[in-house]
Design a protein around this ligand. Structure first.
Ligand SMILES: Nc1ncnc2c1ncn2[C@@H]1O[C@H](COP(=O)(O)OP(=O)(O)OP(=O)(O)O)[C@@H](O)[C@H]1O
Ligand SMILES: [Mg+2]
Length: 319
Protein backbone atom coordinates (compact mmCIF):
# COMPACT_ATOMS: atom_id res chain seq x y z
CA UNK A 1 0.00 0.00 0.00
CA UNK A 2 2.62 2.52 1.08
CA UNK A 3 4.49 2.61 -2.17
CA UNK A 4 1.39 2.69 -4.33
CA UNK A 5 0.19 6.24 -3.65
CA UNK A 6 1.87 8.80 -5.85
CA UNK A 7 1.81 12.10 -3.89
CA UNK A 8 1.50 14.03 -7.15
CA UNK A 9 -1.65 12.10 -8.10
CA UNK A 10 -3.48 13.82 -5.24
CA UNK A 11 -3.28 17.15 -7.06
CA UNK A 12 -3.71 20.39 -5.17
CA UNK A 13 -4.99 19.68 -1.66
CA UNK A 14 -6.75 22.08 0.71
CA UNK A 15 -6.17 21.14 4.34
CA UNK A 16 -9.19 22.55 6.17
CA UNK A 17 -8.39 23.34 9.78
CA UNK A 18 -9.00 25.89 12.49
CA UNK A 19 -12.61 26.89 12.05
CA UNK A 20 -14.83 28.56 14.61
CA UNK A 21 -16.07 25.60 16.69
CA UNK A 22 -15.24 25.07 20.37
CA UNK A 23 -12.60 22.61 19.19
CA UNK A 24 -10.64 25.20 17.15
CA UNK A 25 -7.44 24.81 19.17
CA UNK A 26 -7.32 21.02 18.73
CA UNK A 27 -8.08 21.46 15.04
CA UNK A 28 -5.22 23.95 14.57
CA UNK A 29 -2.93 21.37 16.09
CA UNK A 30 -4.31 18.46 14.01
CA UNK A 31 -4.35 20.41 10.76
CA UNK A 32 -0.84 21.80 10.97
CA UNK A 33 0.51 18.29 11.54
CA UNK A 34 -1.50 16.97 8.58
CA UNK A 35 -0.30 19.83 6.36
CA UNK A 36 3.36 19.17 7.30
CA UNK A 37 2.96 15.45 6.64
CA UNK A 38 1.48 16.03 3.18
CA UNK A 39 4.02 18.68 2.19
CA UNK A 40 7.03 16.68 3.30
CA UNK A 41 5.82 13.79 1.13
CA UNK A 42 5.68 16.07 -1.89
CA UNK A 43 1.94 16.76 -1.98
CA UNK A 44 0.89 20.21 -3.21
CA UNK A 45 -1.00 20.95 0.05
CA UNK A 46 -2.20 24.31 1.34
CA UNK A 47 -3.73 25.50 4.61
CA UNK A 48 -7.33 26.72 4.51
CA UNK A 49 -8.92 28.10 7.69
CA UNK A 50 -12.66 28.72 7.18
CA UNK A 51 -12.59 31.14 10.13
CA UNK A 52 -10.07 33.33 8.28
CA UNK A 53 -11.22 32.94 4.66
CA UNK A 54 -14.86 32.50 3.61
CA UNK A 55 -15.41 28.89 2.63
CA UNK A 56 -16.88 29.93 -0.69
CA UNK A 57 -13.38 31.05 -1.77
CA UNK A 58 -12.34 27.40 -1.96
CA UNK A 59 -14.48 26.79 -5.05
CA UNK A 60 -12.36 28.67 -7.57
CA UNK A 61 -8.92 28.19 -6.00
CA UNK A 62 -7.97 25.24 -8.19
CA UNK A 63 -8.13 22.55 -5.50
CA UNK A 64 -8.51 18.88 -6.44
CA UNK A 65 -9.47 17.60 -2.98
CA UNK A 66 -9.95 18.68 0.63
CA UNK A 67 -8.49 17.08 3.76
CA UNK A 68 -10.92 17.85 6.59
CA UNK A 69 -9.06 18.41 9.87
CA UNK A 70 -11.88 20.38 11.52
CA UNK A 71 -13.42 19.00 14.71
CA UNK A 72 -16.95 19.66 15.93
CA UNK A 73 -19.51 22.06 14.53
CA UNK A 74 -20.03 22.49 10.81
CA UNK A 75 -16.77 20.73 9.90
CA UNK A 76 -17.95 17.43 11.39
CA UNK A 77 -21.75 17.49 11.30
CA UNK A 78 -22.41 17.15 7.56
CA UNK A 79 -22.77 20.83 6.77
CA UNK A 80 -19.31 21.31 5.30
CA UNK A 81 -19.62 17.93 3.60
CA UNK A 82 -22.82 19.13 1.90
CA UNK A 83 -21.09 22.29 0.71
CA UNK A 84 -18.19 20.31 -0.75
CA UNK A 85 -20.69 17.99 -2.47
CA UNK A 86 -22.38 21.02 -4.00
CA UNK A 87 -19.13 22.37 -5.46
CA UNK A 88 -17.93 18.89 -6.44
CA UNK A 89 -14.71 18.93 -4.40
CA UNK A 90 -13.84 15.44 -3.07
CA UNK A 91 -13.11 15.38 0.67
CA UNK A 92 -11.74 12.99 3.26
CA UNK A 93 -13.91 10.98 5.61
CA UNK A 94 -17.64 10.45 5.86
CA UNK A 95 -20.32 11.99 3.67
CA UNK A 96 -23.32 14.15 4.57
CA UNK A 97 -25.65 11.59 6.14
CA UNK A 98 -23.04 9.65 8.11
CA UNK A 99 -21.40 12.82 9.45
CA UNK A 100 -24.75 14.14 10.65
CA UNK A 101 -25.80 10.78 12.13
CA UNK A 102 -22.54 10.22 13.99
CA UNK A 103 -22.91 13.67 15.57
CA UNK A 104 -26.26 12.59 17.03
CA UNK A 105 -25.72 10.11 19.86
CA UNK A 106 -29.41 9.19 20.07
CA UNK A 107 -30.01 8.51 16.39
CA UNK A 108 -26.71 6.64 16.13
CA UNK A 109 -28.08 4.31 18.79
CA UNK A 110 -31.35 3.85 16.91
CA UNK A 111 -29.39 2.72 13.84
CA UNK A 112 -27.09 0.41 15.81
CA UNK A 113 -30.01 -1.15 17.67
CA UNK A 114 -31.80 -1.76 14.38
CA UNK A 115 -28.62 -3.36 13.02
CA UNK A 116 -28.44 -5.66 16.05
CA UNK A 117 -25.31 -4.01 17.45
CA UNK A 118 -24.88 -3.67 21.23
CA UNK A 119 -25.05 -0.11 22.62
CA UNK A 120 -25.64 0.88 26.27
CA UNK A 121 -29.31 1.15 27.35
CA UNK A 122 -30.64 4.70 27.46
CA UNK A 123 -33.65 6.97 27.87
CA UNK A 124 -34.25 10.42 26.45
CA UNK A 125 -34.97 12.74 29.37
CA UNK A 126 -36.48 16.20 29.75
CA UNK A 127 -37.82 18.55 32.43
CA UNK A 128 -40.94 16.37 32.90
CA UNK A 129 -39.07 13.10 33.32
CA UNK A 130 -39.93 10.89 36.30
CA UNK A 131 -36.43 10.50 37.76
CA UNK A 132 -37.32 7.38 39.75
CA UNK A 133 -38.68 5.64 36.63
CA UNK A 134 -35.41 6.34 34.76
CA UNK A 135 -33.40 4.91 37.63
CA UNK A 136 -35.69 1.86 37.76
CA UNK A 137 -35.01 1.22 34.08
CA UNK A 138 -31.28 2.11 33.81
CA UNK A 139 -29.96 1.58 37.34
CA UNK A 140 -27.28 3.64 39.08
CA UNK A 141 -24.77 4.98 38.37
CA UNK A 142 -25.77 6.34 34.98
CA UNK A 143 -24.40 8.94 32.58
CA UNK A 144 -26.37 11.99 31.46
CA UNK A 145 -25.23 13.87 28.37
CA UNK A 146 -26.26 16.21 25.57
CA UNK A 147 -27.13 14.36 22.36
CA UNK A 148 -25.02 16.54 20.06
CA UNK A 149 -22.07 17.80 22.13
CA UNK A 150 -18.51 16.49 22.17
CA UNK A 151 -15.38 16.56 24.32
CA UNK A 152 -17.37 15.39 27.38
CA UNK A 153 -18.98 18.84 27.64
CA UNK A 154 -22.14 18.70 29.79
CA UNK A 155 -21.59 15.00 30.70
CA UNK A 156 -22.32 13.96 34.33
CA UNK A 157 -21.97 10.66 36.13
CA UNK A 158 -25.15 10.38 38.17
CA UNK A 159 -24.92 8.37 41.39
CA UNK A 160 -28.10 9.24 43.28
CA UNK A 161 -31.71 10.09 42.57
CA UNK A 162 -31.05 13.66 43.71
CA UNK A 163 -28.24 14.06 41.11
CA UNK A 164 -30.38 13.19 38.09
CA UNK A 165 -32.33 16.36 37.38
CA UNK A 166 -29.37 18.71 38.09
CA UNK A 167 -27.41 16.58 35.58
CA UNK A 168 -30.23 17.00 33.05
CA UNK A 169 -30.11 20.75 33.65
CA UNK A 170 -26.34 20.86 33.08
CA UNK A 171 -26.65 18.88 29.82
CA UNK A 172 -29.64 20.90 28.62
CA UNK A 173 -27.58 24.09 28.71
CA UNK A 174 -25.74 22.66 25.68
CA UNK A 175 -28.51 20.88 23.82
CA UNK A 176 -32.28 20.61 23.81
CA UNK A 177 -31.97 16.82 23.54
CA UNK A 178 -30.47 14.93 26.49
CA UNK A 179 -29.97 11.21 27.12
CA UNK A 180 -29.44 9.20 30.26
CA UNK A 181 -27.41 6.03 29.71
CA UNK A 182 -26.62 2.97 31.81
CA UNK A 183 -23.07 3.18 33.14
CA UNK A 184 -20.79 0.43 31.86
CA UNK A 185 -17.70 0.28 34.01
CA UNK A 186 -15.62 -2.61 32.65
CA UNK A 187 -13.21 -0.42 30.64
CA UNK A 188 -13.11 2.15 27.84
CA UNK A 189 -11.60 1.48 24.40
CA UNK A 190 -11.43 3.10 21.01
CA UNK A 191 -11.00 1.45 17.63
CA UNK A 192 -9.80 3.42 14.61
CA UNK A 193 -11.22 2.35 11.26
CA UNK A 194 -9.66 3.32 7.94
CA UNK A 195 -10.15 2.57 4.32
CA UNK A 196 -7.14 1.49 2.31
CA UNK A 197 -6.90 0.19 -1.22
CA UNK A 198 -7.47 -3.22 0.45
CA UNK A 199 -10.84 -2.19 1.93
CA UNK A 200 -12.05 -1.16 5.35
CA UNK A 201 -9.79 -2.17 8.23
CA UNK A 202 -9.91 -1.78 12.01
CA UNK A 203 -6.64 -0.82 13.72
CA UNK A 204 -5.60 -2.21 17.14
CA UNK A 205 -7.93 -1.07 19.97
CA UNK A 206 -6.50 1.48 22.40
CA UNK A 207 -7.52 1.20 26.05
CA UNK A 208 -8.15 4.54 27.74
CA UNK A 209 -7.54 4.64 31.48
CA UNK A 210 -8.31 8.09 32.87
CA UNK A 211 -6.99 9.04 36.30
CA UNK A 212 -10.25 10.94 36.82
CA UNK A 213 -13.56 9.22 37.48
CA UNK A 214 -14.34 9.18 33.78
CA UNK A 215 -12.76 10.49 30.57
CA UNK A 216 -13.95 14.06 31.12
CA UNK A 217 -12.88 17.33 29.50
CA UNK A 218 -9.99 17.76 31.94
CA UNK A 219 -8.70 14.25 31.24
CA UNK A 220 -8.98 14.80 27.48
CA UNK A 221 -7.27 18.16 27.16
CA UNK A 222 -5.74 19.47 30.39
CA UNK A 223 -4.24 16.56 32.30
CA UNK A 224 -1.37 14.35 31.32
CA UNK A 225 -2.12 11.40 33.60
CA UNK A 226 -4.58 9.55 31.34
CA UNK A 227 -3.06 6.22 30.32
CA UNK A 228 -3.41 4.86 26.79
CA UNK A 229 -2.63 1.18 26.37
CA UNK A 230 -1.94 -0.34 22.98
CA UNK A 231 -1.82 -3.29 22.74
CA UNK A 232 -4.85 -2.98 24.95
CA UNK A 233 -4.35 -6.12 27.05
CA UNK A 234 -7.51 -7.98 25.99
CA UNK A 235 -7.32 -11.55 24.65
CA UNK A 236 -6.96 -11.85 20.88
CA UNK A 237 -10.51 -13.13 20.33
CA UNK A 238 -11.99 -10.18 22.21
CA UNK A 239 -9.82 -7.75 20.22
CA UNK A 240 -11.00 -9.31 16.97
CA UNK A 241 -14.63 -9.14 18.13
CA UNK A 242 -14.32 -5.45 19.01
CA UNK A 243 -12.67 -4.73 15.66
CA UNK A 244 -15.50 -6.50 13.82
CA UNK A 245 -18.08 -4.51 15.79
CA UNK A 246 -16.21 -1.28 15.00
CA UNK A 247 -16.39 -1.94 11.26
CA UNK A 248 -20.07 -2.94 11.50
CA UNK A 249 -20.96 0.16 13.56
CA UNK A 250 -19.03 2.35 11.11
CA UNK A 251 -20.76 0.85 8.11
CA UNK A 252 -24.22 0.91 9.74
CA UNK A 253 -23.99 4.71 9.96
CA UNK A 254 -22.75 4.82 6.36
CA UNK A 255 -19.31 6.15 7.37
CA UNK A 256 -16.39 6.02 4.98
CA UNK A 257 -12.73 6.94 4.67
CA UNK A 258 -11.70 6.90 8.27
CA UNK A 259 -13.02 7.41 11.78
CA UNK A 260 -13.03 6.10 15.32
CA UNK A 261 -15.57 3.98 17.16
CA UNK A 262 -15.57 4.17 20.97
CA UNK A 263 -16.49 1.21 23.18
CA UNK A 264 -17.33 0.44 26.78
CA UNK A 265 -17.19 -3.00 28.37
CA UNK A 266 -19.73 -4.17 30.91
CA UNK A 267 -18.64 -5.88 34.11
CA UNK A 268 -18.64 -9.25 32.30
CA UNK A 269 -16.29 -7.90 29.60
CA UNK A 270 -18.87 -7.66 26.78
CA UNK A 271 -18.29 -4.68 24.42
CA UNK A 272 -20.91 -2.01 23.69
CA UNK A 273 -20.65 0.69 21.03
CA UNK A 274 -20.65 4.12 22.70
CA UNK A 275 -20.24 6.51 19.79
CA UNK A 276 -18.54 7.10 16.43
CA UNK A 277 -16.29 10.04 15.55
CA UNK A 278 -15.99 10.99 11.89
CA UNK A 279 -13.32 13.71 12.14
CA UNK A 280 -10.87 12.33 14.69
CA UNK A 281 -7.93 14.25 16.14
CA UNK A 282 -4.60 14.07 14.35
CA UNK A 283 -2.34 15.74 16.92
CA UNK A 284 0.82 14.14 18.32
CA UNK A 285 -1.20 12.64 21.15
CA UNK A 286 -4.29 11.65 19.19
CA UNK A 287 -5.73 8.16 19.30
CA UNK A 288 -5.89 7.31 15.59
CA UNK A 289 -2.17 8.01 14.96
CA UNK A 290 -1.43 6.02 18.15
CA UNK A 291 -3.41 3.02 16.90
CA UNK A 292 -1.83 3.29 13.45
CA UNK A 293 1.66 3.32 14.95
CA UNK A 294 0.84 0.12 16.84
CA UNK A 295 -0.08 -1.47 13.51
CA UNK A 296 3.23 -0.36 11.95
CA UNK A 297 1.63 2.50 10.02
CA UNK A 298 3.48 5.77 10.46
CA UNK A 299 1.81 9.16 10.62
CA UNK A 300 2.82 10.19 7.10
CA UNK A 301 1.46 7.04 5.52
CA UNK A 302 -1.78 7.36 7.48
CA UNK A 303 -2.28 10.94 6.29
CA UNK A 304 -1.39 10.15 2.68
CA UNK A 305 -3.79 7.19 2.60
CA UNK A 306 -6.68 9.14 4.14
CA UNK A 307 -6.05 11.94 1.63
CA UNK A 308 -5.92 9.47 -1.28
CA UNK A 309 -9.34 8.08 -0.29
CA UNK A 310 -11.05 11.49 -0.55
CA UNK A 311 -14.34 11.17 -2.42
CA UNK A 312 -17.84 12.50 -3.00
CA UNK A 313 -21.09 10.80 -1.94
CA UNK A 314 -21.97 10.55 -5.59
CA UNK A 315 -18.65 9.06 -6.57
CA UNK A 316 -16.98 7.04 -3.78
CA UNK A 317 -13.26 6.33 -4.13
CA UNK A 318 -12.50 3.33 -6.25
CA UNK A 319 -15.78 3.32 -8.19
N1 LIG B 1 -22.63 4.82 29.59
C1 LIG B 1 -21.43 5.15 30.06
N2 LIG B 1 -20.80 4.33 30.94
C2 LIG B 1 -19.55 4.65 31.41
N3 LIG B 1 -18.87 5.75 31.08
C3 LIG B 1 -19.46 6.61 30.22
C4 LIG B 1 -20.76 6.35 29.66
N4 LIG B 1 -21.08 7.37 28.84
C5 LIG B 1 -20.05 8.23 28.89
N5 LIG B 1 -19.07 7.78 29.71
C6 LIG B 1 -17.81 8.47 30.03
O1 LIG B 1 -17.95 9.85 29.65
C7 LIG B 1 -17.06 10.17 28.56
C8 LIG B 1 -17.74 11.12 27.58
O2 LIG B 1 -18.94 10.55 27.06
P1 LIG B 1 -19.23 10.41 25.49
O3 LIG B 1 -18.05 9.80 24.82
O4 LIG B 1 -20.52 9.74 25.35
O5 LIG B 1 -19.42 11.91 25.02
P2 LIG B 1 -18.33 12.93 24.41
O6 LIG B 1 -16.99 12.44 24.75
O7 LIG B 1 -18.74 14.27 24.92
O8 LIG B 1 -18.47 12.89 22.90
P3 LIG B 1 -17.25 12.97 21.85
O9 LIG B 1 -16.40 11.76 22.10
O10 LIG B 1 -17.97 12.99 20.57
O11 LIG B 1 -16.43 14.19 22.15
C9 LIG B 1 -16.69 8.83 27.96
O12 LIG B 1 -15.44 8.91 27.30
C10 LIG B 1 -16.67 7.94 29.19
O13 LIG B 1 -15.47 8.09 29.96
MG1 LIG C 1 -16.51 10.44 23.61
Amino acid sequence: MSGTIDPKSLGKVAVLFGGASAEREVSLNSGSRVLDALQRQGVDAHAFDPAATPLTAIEHAGFDRAFIALHGGIGENGTLQGFLEMIGLPYTGSGVLASALAMDKWRSKLVWQAAGLPTPGYRLIDAETDAQAVIDSLGLPMFVKPVHEGSSVGVTKVKTLADLMPAWQAASRHDSAVIAETALLGGEFTVAVWQTSNGLQALPPVRIVPATEFYDYEAKYNRDDTQYNVPCGLPEAQVAHMQDLAVEAFEALGCRGWGRVDFLLDSAGAPYVLEANTAPGMTDHSLVPMAARAAGVDYDHLVLTVAAMASLDANPAGI
